[in-house]
Design a protein. Structure first.
Lengths: 420, 334
């Protein structure tokens, strides 16, 4: 993905000129997700233009921004809600793309996938739990901001890929809004099947000719190395579809007179049940679920007991002492270091192969009796000859103490997203 | 048994539309023409036997008032008694070309008059019946164009009302004798089928109701309507009465294309489940009932098939297109 935001760092723009009779306007700053203020208020492409509400600046590329996404970006034709009268809006020109109901589906689905990825990256980089939650909460709040939802659900043409990317970039730097929930039923509830087919065809046009290979898709074998997605010919058929393989013939009265089976080539089975359309319920399908949490059962209702333990992040302690201790232990194992009698309490560390301590305790409790084992102690530090050999090997290792410093505040999230 | 032949490369991938392949056989010149919709453009390709590609041409929909170029919904060759025309339907209207796509002979802009702003306006569903070309529209209306033997003096002669939802496909067959009742069938997004008798004025003969499941593709053979549905079913009806004769649980996903080899009564069905099936239609001599036998199934791995056509009237070869695939796959029997 192109780093569009990076272009702005090289082109500082001046402060807005003072208007007649008024003092020069203070540049607006915004708070980055790390809790500080953005240090490039004049140049930051994600600065909200003054006096504009979130729905406006999210959807409409504003002239106040120092950069534009590019000439080919489509300008949405719908006015922001604040500047429009409350009467019936003038009819936009007849749509040349197939369905005008596609944008909400595309935006919310891609937004949801972005949240899964952000969540995974935040945890992988050991961002403190409260900060991570604040980032995700800010983004979700803005996505579901009521005014934004109202604009999103208005029938309109599909945005170009560039315009959509701009919106997600801005979303990543959003500030906290009131959390609201859109009602999908009002728009999609009463649609006939033909309309859904049209929406589907419009979405497929959006994704046509993109052959980007995604590593997690390749790993999970849902995408081939040539970029094409795997279409399995086994498994349950959709709800309402019959398993292929039967030919039924009727007479003029409608009575079945002959039944013949044929080999259809797949290994399909009947759908077990219909997925729930309620706010919380068993969807049956895996579509829309988090690929990063594959090992855990996915439930859409939140009860205290079933909250995934993996969602809690460890409080990060200063890495240096721990890393040092691990290396010391390794050195002792290899016999390259004398064991000093510790003056205070044993400084060693405990190795936990689970994500959290609670998980380890849980696993210990649920471990079946027959799989219990005896502990055998192995002394790995006695052999002098091996010690020398190992000490030599260990001397060849380099130890870097310097953790990776982030370039600047406000840059990280975009950098993360660009790396994806 | 069928084996895979050499594919024909396309300059643009195929769009995920239904009936997204048209084939015109020109036996006199030993050529076969193929037409595939990419999105805002359609590709025409001609090939010699053995699949040697010869010429390619790209056609565009006429520019619209919106920001993006209008999308094409279907491209189809119409064989008329004295000429062959290539018809292209889009979100703007209907364009008709000479069969090689070189010259546009007629343009009809769609009237979006009483469409609500949320409704997509487009033409879709193309078939020829005698000297007429019939084209379906988003509103359910079927436009009937009177085509002269040559020249551009094409006239819109009739607008047929029978459907309440967008037309998906139209099928016709030559009138089967003097007492032929029906020779055209139209289908729509609700699964409703309308059976018509052609003439200077088209007459609605029967309506076969749907079940809310779209019918994206339909064929007509010897008074039998073959319809493919969004739930993977293929159903055969008696055209004159609308009686259901055969119901096939043919596919695990929505059917996107049906085609007929009229000489032998073979039916080709293709769906998004990556499968293409060939069926043999026959009429039982004792009971007179329509019977169906499964002949062959072909899996096109990891491909959401969007178009399929027989390449010769005896049904011994067929071609397939898939969503986002930049080639036409060909199969022929051994």
């Amino acid at each position: 993905m192109e780093g569009v935001a990076r272009m702005s760092w090289a082109r500082p723009s001046p402060l807005p000129p003072a208007r007649e009779g008024k003092p020069p306007r203070e540049p607006r700053t915004h708070t980055t997700y790390r809790g500080g203020r953005c240090r490039r208020p004049n140049q930051c492409p994600l600065r909200a233009p003054p006096n504009k509400r979130p729905a406006d600046w999210l959807l409409r590329p504003s002239a106040a921004l120092p950069w534009q996404p590019g000439n080919r970006t489509r300008r949405p034709s719908i006015q922001a809600s604040g500047s429009q009268s409350r009467g019936p809006s003038p009819a936009p020109p007849a749509s040349d793309t197939m369905s005008v109901r596609t944008l909400p589906l595309l935006f919310l689905n891609l937004g949801g996938e972005m949240l899964y990825i952000l969540d995974q990256r935040l945890r992988a980089q050991n961002i403190p739990g409260d900060k991570a939650r604040k980032v995700l909460n800010d983004i979700i709040s803005t996505m579901f901001n009521r005014k934004f939802m109202e604009e999103l659900f208005k029938p309109q043409e599909l945005y170009s890929k560039k315009a959509l990317r701009t919106i997600y970039d801005r979303l990543a730097h959003a500030s906290i809004m009131r959390l609201n929930q859109a009602s999908m039923d009002k728009v999609y509830g009463g649609l006939p099947a033909g309309e859904f087919q049209l929406i589907r065809q419009t979405l497929l046009i959006f994704f046509q000719d993109l052959h980007i290979r995604v590593s997690i898709f390749l790993k999970d074998k849902v995408q081939n190395s040539n970029g094409r997605f795997v279409l399995p010919v086994s498994g349950p058929v959709p709800w309402g579809t019959e398993v292929p393989g039967l030919i039924r013939m009727f007479n003029d009265k409608g009575k079945e007179v002959k039944k013949v089976e044929f080999k259809h080539g797949g290994h399909y089975v009947t759908a077990p049940k219909e997925g729930s359309f309620e706010l919380y319920g068993d969807r049956v399908l895996k579509l829309g679920t988090n690929m990063y949490s594959m090992n855990r059962p996915v439930e859409t209702h939140m009860s205290g007991a079933s909250k995934s333990l993996a969602s809690r992040t460890q409080e990060s302690i200063a890495p240096n002492p721990l890393a040092k201790e691990e290396l010391n232990f390794l050195a002792r194992l290899m016999g390259g270091m004398e064991i000093k009698k510790p003056s205070g309490p044993e400084p060693g560390f405990r190795l936990n192969l689970f994500t959290t301590d609670e998980e380890e305790e849980q696993a210990a409790l649920t471990r079946p009796e027959e799989l219990s084992y005896e502990v055998i102690n192995i002394q790995a530090t006695q052999d002098q000859q091996r010690n020398e050999e190992l000490a030599r090997i260990m001397g060849e290792f380099e130890v870097t103490d310097q953790p990776r410093q982030s370039a600047s505040k406000g840059d990280d999230l975009l950098a993360m997203m660009d790396e994806l | 048994m069928f084996r895979r032949e050499r594919s024909l490369p396309l300059r643009g991938s195929a769009a995920a539309l239904c009936n997204n392949l048209s084939v015109l056989q020109v036996p006199a010149r030993n050529l076969t023409h193929f037409g595939v919709v990419h999105g805002p453009s359609a590709q025409l390709l001609s090939a010699a036997p053995e699949g040697v590609p010869l010429a390619q041409r790209k056609l565009h929909a006429k520019e619209g008032a919106g920001v993006s170029p209008p999308l094409i919904t279907q491209v189809h060759w119409c064989v008329l008694p004295f000429r062959v025309l290539l018809v292209l339907t889009s979100h703007r209207g209907i364009q008709m070309y000479e069969s090689d796509g070189s010259v546009m002979v007629y343009w009809h802009a769609l009237d979006s008059g009483d469409a609500s702003p949320v409704q997509a306006v487009f033409a879709r569903g193309i078939a020829s019946s005698g000297r007429f070309i019939c084209v379906g529209t988003w509103s359910g209306r079927v436009l009937v164009f009177d085509i002269p033997a040559k020249g551009p003096n094409i006239v819109l002669s009739e607008e047929l009302a029978g459907h309440q939802t967008s037309v998906t496909d139209i099928a016709t067959e030559p009138a089967q004798g003097q007492d032929c009742v029906a020779d055209m069938v139209t289908a729509d997004d609700s699964g409703l089928l309308c059976v018509w008798r052609s003439g200077p004025e088209f007459k609605l003969m029967t309506q076969i109701p749907g079940f809310g499941v779209p019918c994206p593709s339909v064929q007509l053979w010897h008074g039998t309507v073959a319809a493919g549905y969004g739930d993977g079913q293929v159903r055969l009806y008696e055209a004159s009465t609308g009686t259901l004769h055969v119901q096939i649980s043919a596919h695990a996903r929505a059917i996107c294309a049906l085609d007929l080899a009229p000489e032998v009564g073979k039916l080709l069905s293709a769906a998004e489940d990556t499968f293409v099936h060939i069926w043999k239609l026959s009429r039982s001599p004792e009971s007179g009932h329509t019977e169906v036998e499964h002949c062959h199934g072909e899996c096109v791995p990891d491909t959401q098939v969007c178009g399929a056509r027989f390449c010769d009237p005896s049904g011994s070869s067929f071609a397939v297109t898939g969503y986002d695939l930049a080639e036409i796959l060909r199969f022929s029997s051994v």
